[in-house]
Ligand binder design. Structure first.
Ligand code: SAM
Length: 320
């Protein structure tokens, strides 16, 4: 097992099925254009092979399927059942939820247990303003379908000063009422935001998020797993929520994440644009591929930073 000087190793893999997305969220896409697939994207089967090899070479235990929008891609129908059969302790999907209803039979049939839905507001107009596409009611119906099928649902919200700050508490009400864990993600200075004054203007830190919640709810901080991205809080008698506090309380020192883009690039760190092309390696016979992966993984682990500073890397390629 490859371990770095800080004791970090790769345990969690996030695979972006496609860079294409049916939304054009303001904080992810600069010009409002819908995202297209990347050049030379791997097939569903190619991505499954990559996951199998990474389990063997890096000891990957958990897999997150992301994008772009993973449910938009036909690869999802091949990829999900295939990875559910692999020796992983946990498989989850991160989606904007627009196609959850349509994909519910496949998701249930495949035996998926967890889904994370990105949702920034419960106000239909604001929803269209932020996502620049999609339909709020369809997303909410998709969430209901997942809950009815017995899946565990988490909702991810990015609070932004000028877009949805007043939704911090209503979103928590909605989630607590349904047994959903809401996770607030501090806005990250990724992609176009890295050089954009809108980042400073819109950023809401953990203290302000907790301040807003504290006006309506009592809560206490609880333990979270060692390599969790989220700081967890318990609302007595109601449930939990979390904050992914890249800026306020970075979790780089215990990060176990490895990312694979849809066109076969491995990223060892979200805060480092360096990547490693494994497309050719995936064509090699198994023993050779595993050998070559060892040196790639050593370099990728070396890319991990000790502090999150953001990057010009665009989330759509590496899936957040
Ligand atoms: N389309 C899927 C979805 O909406 O969940 C997966 C891809 S999306 C890039 C994954 C997550 O990254 C979403 O929860 C989104 O809100 C988050 N994200 C994208 N850009 C971000 C930024 N600059 N800061 C914080 N979160 C961001």
């Amino acid at each position: 097992m490859i371990v770095d000087a800080q004791g970090r190793r790769f345990r969690n893999l996030r695979v972006s099925l496609t860079a294409a997305c049916n939304y054009a969220c303001t904080y992810c896409v600069p010009d409002g254009k819908r995202l297209q697939a990347a050049e030379r994207e791997l097939s569903g089967e190619g991505l499954v092979r990559a996951v199998r090899l990474l389990i063997a070479a890096a000891g990957i235990e958990k897999l997150r399927i992301t994008g772009g929008e993973p449910l938009l891609s036909p690869k999802f129908d091949v990829f999900l059942p295939a990875v559910m059969a692999l020796p992983l302790t946990d498989v989850a999907v991160t989606t904007n939820g627009q196609f959850l209803l349509r994909k519910a039979p496949l998701i249930v049939e495949a035996g998926l247990k967890r889904v994370n839905v990105s949702l920034d507001t419960l106000d239909a107009d604001r929803f269209r303003h932020i996502a620049r596409s999609g339909d709020l009611a369809t997303v909410l119906a998709g969430i209901d379908a997942m809950l009815e099928a017995g899946l565990k649902v988490k909702v991810n919200m990015v609070p932004m000063r000028t877009a949805n700050a007043d939704q911090i508490v209503p979103m928590l009400d909605y989630c607590l009422d349904r047994g959903i864990e809401l996770r607030y993600i501090e806005l990250m200075n990724m992609g176009h935001l890295k050089f954009d004054a809108r980042y400073e203007r819109d950023f809401i830190g953990m203290d302000d998020i907790l301040g807003a919640i504290g006006e309506c709810y009592e809560f206490t901080r609880t333990d979270a797993p060692y390599d969790s991205t989220s700081i967890r809080y318990r609302v007595p008698g109601r449930g939990h929520f979390g904050i992914i506090a890249n800026e306020s309380e970075p979790f780089c020192s215990s990060c176990t994440r490895l990312r694979l883009s849809s066109n076969g690039l491995l990223y060892g760190c979200l805060s480092n644009a360096r990547h490693h092309d494994i497309r050719d390696l995936l064509e090699a016979p198994e023993h050779l591929a595993l050998m070559r992966l060892q040196s790639v993984l050593t370099r990728a682990l070396g890319d991990k930073q000790s502090v999150f500073t953001g990057e010009v890397t665009v989330m759509k390629f590496i899936g957040g």
